[in-house]
Design a protein around this ligand. Structure first.
Ligand code: ADP
Ligand code: MG
Length: 700
């Protein structure tokens, strides 16, 4: 009979209530299953024994066979320490305990062979080993012998309370004895065969007690695959259910608005990538299901025109559309740009932001409800309860990383039927992450910049080279260019940051005096109207320098601006730097990005600066960012479960992830409800995971 893995951990021999309590609190281990899934952080080669004369001054973990030939207690500032002299044929070392002396003294015998294991210290001519793991040689030889010893995650509390790694190994061993090491298979036969995976039982045994490196690698591969596979199954099922259950408005026709625009008003030829993406969106809009699509494209790749053409399709089918952006400045810019593009199409388009006047708002609310207003552009203001559409058919959200998922769904609730949703982001997400975080969305990628763009030249300069940088600015302004100078504003409320900004501004004003130079300044504490005024002066070319905080990070488009200077660049994250740099390089001229820093740089900031100087490719930058920061900070990861990965690693296990997704898709393509005999194991495992119970109800 198979042991029920849901058995509480207290029942395992050798655990008992105290240890169970600690395991629960410290490692979240409640059941046998949880213990099985406590995977080692690393392994130590326990096949090798050192002799004392082989010890190196800073050796890592070593294992030695020998005898204790004497104990002494040494008084120290607080309490005393216990020291044992441990000897083999080649010499002796000291074993030292600062705690639990009585317990140890009673347990250890003189002149008996022990195996000790631990890290050695070198101090005044002698080796010592504090708090060694120690075991009778006789017992050592009897234990589940494995060449590589697992080292499990632990906490200070655990080791203080005597649950050492060795104890965890013992408990694990007991678990395998009680279960006979036989565990239910959780993958299907075809997958096991096709990928030549070892069975679940073999994998679990070898991950905890590896017989050799080869079996360990096979065990890890299989368990990582499985972990990622079930995440993909969940995500893909969610997507399938979404498509089959949530009906959208099918936009059947591509009519006058779209065609007129396409034939007569398109200001440039679309890139291949833009065409492909528009086609993907058209297909979604024309189908019976609600579109739920993520559009990724680097800064400047031309997402706006894609948004517009998608919205025109909604209009062609008699629906309204809206575009929501995260900042006032960006909404205004979108509005101006789109208003311009549509000026000959006779479309009713309006802007709604936090600073719209009450009168204006009232008019907008009315015309939205009676359907006169076709296209609404704006900020979060669009989400207010008062904003009611007559028939919102398509909602586009720009720069997605600023909005939460909850906000996304708020747009949904504006209709009895959910509108089609297109989420656009300029912060490329590494493919692996996109797959595991947004795996339930469909993804389109614009992976091509419009023709004729010259790559931006990026350099790193230290503060002491400021004069040179100023000279460069002067030269560029003489050529007719415009300059951004950006200061960090990490926290909106940070007084220091504002002080830096104002100091910087004053020194710029000194170095670039009126009347030759005109300077704009924009920051978060200004009134929206003032911000807009300063911004417009820069847009119109009336000012040559724009001093700003990161409010200009997102989306602002001034093609004549060709130099981006980032002050204290070491304080910015990679994706933010890339976003900032994206503000230049929009016109025909060669553009530059200068990253200014002090001399004090952490290793991470060095990597960030080097990466920026090396590449303009947002996807490459995103990969580095993921490696530096881990997935935790990236939008959407919290919901996705990928932060709780037990064995797989999104960065190192990219290939396994690809294959897990491939197989999950393949299984669900032929058997979406996992009903066939062949997929029973998958169905059962999936149900056990128990996460998407309500989703499951849709299917079965
Ligand atoms: P982003 O993807 O960053 O939102 P935008 O949509 O703002 O990019 O486009 C950046 C600039 O490139 C705009 O000035 C836009 O008019 C221009 N642009 C977009 N697509 C093309 C194209 N196919 N050919 C030439 N210029 C384009
Ligand atoms: Mg944009």
């Amino acid at each position: 009979m198979q042991t029920n893995l849901q058995t509480p951990i207290d029942y395992l021999k050798g655990v008992g209530p105290n240890r169970a309590d600690l395991l629960r609190k410290e490692l979240g281990i409640h059941t046998y299953q949880d213990l099985l899934n406590l995977f080692p952080n690393r392994y130590i080669d326990r096949t090798h024994f050192y002799t004392i004369n082989q010890l190196q001054r800073n050796s890592a973990d070593v294992q030695i066979i020998g005898k204790i030939i004497g104990f002494k207690e040494i008084a120290q500032q607080r309490g005393k320490r216990l020291v044992a002299t441990f000897q083999d044929e080649t010499g002796n070392i000291e074993l030292v305990w600062f705690r639990g002396q009585k317990w140890i003294r009673e347990r250890l015998n003189l002149n008996t062979e022990y195996v000790i294991f631990g890290k050695t210290n070198w101090y005044s001519g002698k080796f010592s080993m504090p708090h060694p793991e120690i075991e009778l040689l006789e017992d050592h030889n009897k234990n589940l012998s494995s060449a590589m010893q697992a080292v499990y995650p632990s906490t200070e509390k655990l080791s203080n309370k005597g649950i050492s790694n060795r104890v965890i190994c013992k408990i694990m061993q007991q678990l395998f004895l009680e279960t006979n090491g036989r565990f239910v298979e959780t993958l299907s036969e075809p997958i096991l065969t096709e990928l030549k995976l070892i069975t679940k039982s073999e994998a679990l045994f070898n991950v905890h007690f590896p017989k050799n490196q080869d079996l360990l690698s096979k065990a890890q591969f299989r368990l990582k695959f499985e972990e990622l596979f079930y995440i993909q199954i969940q995500l893909i099922l969610k997507n399938l259910i979404h498509k089959s259950k949530i009906k959208g408005f099918p936009f059947e026709t591509v009519g006058n608005y779209f065609n007129t625009f396409f034939n007569s008003h398109l200001p440039f030829d679309l890139t291949k990538a833009q065409k492909r993406v528009i086609k993907e969106i058209r297909q979604d809009l024309g189908s019976q299901a609600q579109m739920n699509r993520l559009l990724q494209g680097d800064v400047g790749s031309g997402k706006t025109i894609v948004a517009l053409m998608s919205m025109l399709i909604a209009l062609d089918n008699g629906f309204q559309a809206c575009l929501m952006a995260p900042t006032e400045i960006l909404s205004v810019q979108h509005y101006n740009g789109l208003h311009d593009l549509c000026k000959d199409l006779n479309i009713n388009i309006k802007l709604l932001t936090g600073s719209s006047t009450t009168l204006k708002r009232k008019k907008i609310h009315e015309s939205l409800e009676n359907g006169d207003l076709q296209l609404l552009i704006g900020t979060h203001a669009l989400l207010e309860d008062k904003v009611k559409f007559k028939n919102l058919g398509l909602a586009i959200i720009d720069e997605q990383h600023r909005f939460g998922v909850a906000q996304r769904s708020k747009l949904w609730e504006k209709n009895t039927f959910p509108p089609h949703i297109l989420v656009m982001t300029a912060t490329p997400i590494p493919r692996t992450l996109a797959m595991s975080v947004y795996g339930d969305l469909d993804i389109s990628i614009i992976d091509e910049l419009p023709p004729g763009r010259r790559p931006i030249k990026t350099v790193h300069r230290y503060d002491k080279n400021r004069l040179q940088v100023f000279k460069f600015i002067r030269d560029e302004i003489t050529k007719g260019r415009q300059i951004y100078i950006v200061y960090p504003l990490i926290q909106e409320s940070s007084k220091m940051d504002y002080k830096d900004l104002m100091d910087g501004y004053e020194s710029i004003v000194r170095d670039f005096p009126l009347p030759d130079y005109q300077i704009s300044i924009v920051h978060g504490k200004m009134k929206p109207a003032d911000k807009e005024y300063e911004m417009q002066r820069f847009v119109k070319g009336e000012t040559q320098i724009m001093v700003a905080t990161t409010v200009i990070e997102v989306g602002v488009n001034v093609p004549n601006a060709s130099v981006m200077i980032v002050e204290s660049a070491e304080r910015f994250g990679l994706s933010q730097l890339h976003q900032l740099r994206g503000r230049v390089g929009r016109g025909a001229e060669q553009s530059f990005c200068i990253l200014m820093t002090s001399h004090k740089l952490s290793n991470d900031s060095k990597v960030r600066l080097e990466t920026m100087c090396k590449t303009n490719d947002g996807f490459e930058i995103a990969e580095v960012d993921l490696r530096l920061r881990g997935p935790g900070d990236i939008m959407g990861t919290q919901q996705s479960g990928i932060l709780n990965l037990k064995i797989a690693d999104l960065i190192k296990d990219k290939d396994i992830l690809q294959s897990a997704r491939y197989f999950a898709k393949k299984v669900l393509a032929t058997d979406p409800s996992l009903a066939t005999q062949e997929n029973t194991a998958i169905l059962n495992t999936y149900k056990q995971l128990g996460k998407y119970k309500n989703i499951w109800n849709y299917i079965s």
